[in-house]
Design a binder for this molecule. Structure first.
Ligand code: DAH
Length: 356
């Protein structure tokens, strides 16, 4: 009998059912009411008392082992079944997974940066709270220039002073501090901090004290450009900006430069591009002129270079500044500036496919 038990033991040990039917057959064969174990116990009754002492233990252990094996196999088949039940049904509609969208201004800023990066421009940033020197004086703004007027500039007062025209805060040198009105202040910081050559673009937010409407806002975004080296000419400026426009608005976009005035550049110009909406035929956006102004530019005034301790006899350079909102309006035909800062999800969602 011992021999039989050891044969059965190895049979049970190597048993691996593929499904419930095989396991049930196993149970009936070994543990059933007419099963092997039952038979062994019957046979056990007939052996001698001496044999019983040894066999009893062996037989009981065998029975426990068979039962335990059955339990383990049953549980493992159940877990296999459960995981099969929960397997993905790819025909079911998926659960919605909401992707965020990039803000259109971020998309356009990124595009602008990519184009200039390929031309060897670095990207730099400066503070939004500026002093008079960096925002105005170093940029050659005359003392009485209207842009310094309270109407355009948000001056900052650190301690509340409710009286009209009350003392504003200063930078410690007695100069007023304010929210920067343009990113040209970053040019000054860059030139002060390093040595030429400089070739960088400087994106950032700027603030102006304007009534909010579809066409004006109290804050908006600019990208400033600066290139200072020996022998930089107006032709370099034109070619760089021409290339930029072809990349951003597509080959064939026309440009024209109109003489203009900025305190920090001489000569200065404004650059128009052929309206990307009507392709120059005339539409509401370009006021039926076929042209849209997108930036100001010019050769950096020697006074500005000297203010930043750069030898204006040795170095020349150009600068330009553009509004990101204006370019975004053109690219996406957006007519109201307020949409950019109202966080209306219906507006923002339209740029979902533009994830980069
Ligand atoms: N800072 C000017 C503005 O806010 C834009 C500008 C014009 C920047 C000419 C420049 C420039 O660097 O050369 O309107």
């Amino acid at each position: 009998m011992q021999e039989k038990i050891s044969q059965y033991t190895s049979e049970i040990n190597s048993f691996q059912p593929k499904n419930n039917d095989e396991l049930e057959a196993f149970r009936i064969r070994f543990l059933g009411t007419k099963g092997i174990i039952k038979d062994l116990f019957e046979a056990f009754k007939t052996v001698s008392a001496e044999e019983k002492r040894i066999l009893g233990k062996v037989l009981n252990e065998f029975k426990q082992m068979a039962e335990a094996k059955y339990q383990i196999l049953k549980e493992s088949l159940e877990t296999v079944e459960k995981s099969a039940d929960s397997e993905l049904d790819l025909t079911l509609p998926g659960e919605g997974f909401e992707l965020g969208a990039r803000h259109p201004l971020s998309l356009v800023r990124k595009e602008i940066i990519e184009i200039f990066k390929k031309l060897g421009f670095n990207v730099a940033e400066g503070p939004e709270i500026e002093d008079d020197w960096h925002n105005f004086s170093a940029l050659n703004f005359p003392e009485e220039h209207p842009a310094r007027d309270m109407q355009d500039t948000f001056f900052i007062r650190l301690s509340p002073d409710p009286s009209p025209g009350g003392e504003g805060s200063t930078n410690g040198k007695g100069e007023a501090i304010a929210l920067r009105t343009h990113t040209s202040s970053v040019q000054v910081r860059m030139m002060e901090a390093g040595k030429p050559p400089f070739r960088a673009i400087m994106p950032g937010r700027v603030y102006r004290n304007e009534a909010i409407s579809a066409r004006a806002h109290c804050f908006f975004h600019q990208v400033e450009g600066l290139y200072i080296d020996e022998n930089v000419s107006f032709a370099d400026l034109k070619q760089t900006l021409f290339h930029f426009v072809q990349e951003l608005f597509g080959a064939g976009t026309k440009v024209r430069f109109r003489p203009s005035y900025f305190p920090f550049t001489e000569p200065s110009a404004e650059m128009d591009i052929s309206c990307s909406i009507c392709k120059g035929d005339g539409c509401q956006f370009c006021k039926y002129s076929g042209w849209v102004e997108i930036l100001g530019c010019g050769m950096v005034d020697p006074n500005v270079l000297e203010n930043c301790n750069i030898d204006s006899k040795k170095f020349t350079g150009y600068a330009f500044g553009m509004g990101i909102e204006r370019i975004t309006n053109l690219k996406y035909q957006i007519k109201d500036l307020r949409l950019f800062s109202e966080n209306d999800i219906r507006f923002l969602k339209q740029f979902q496919s533009e994830m980069i």
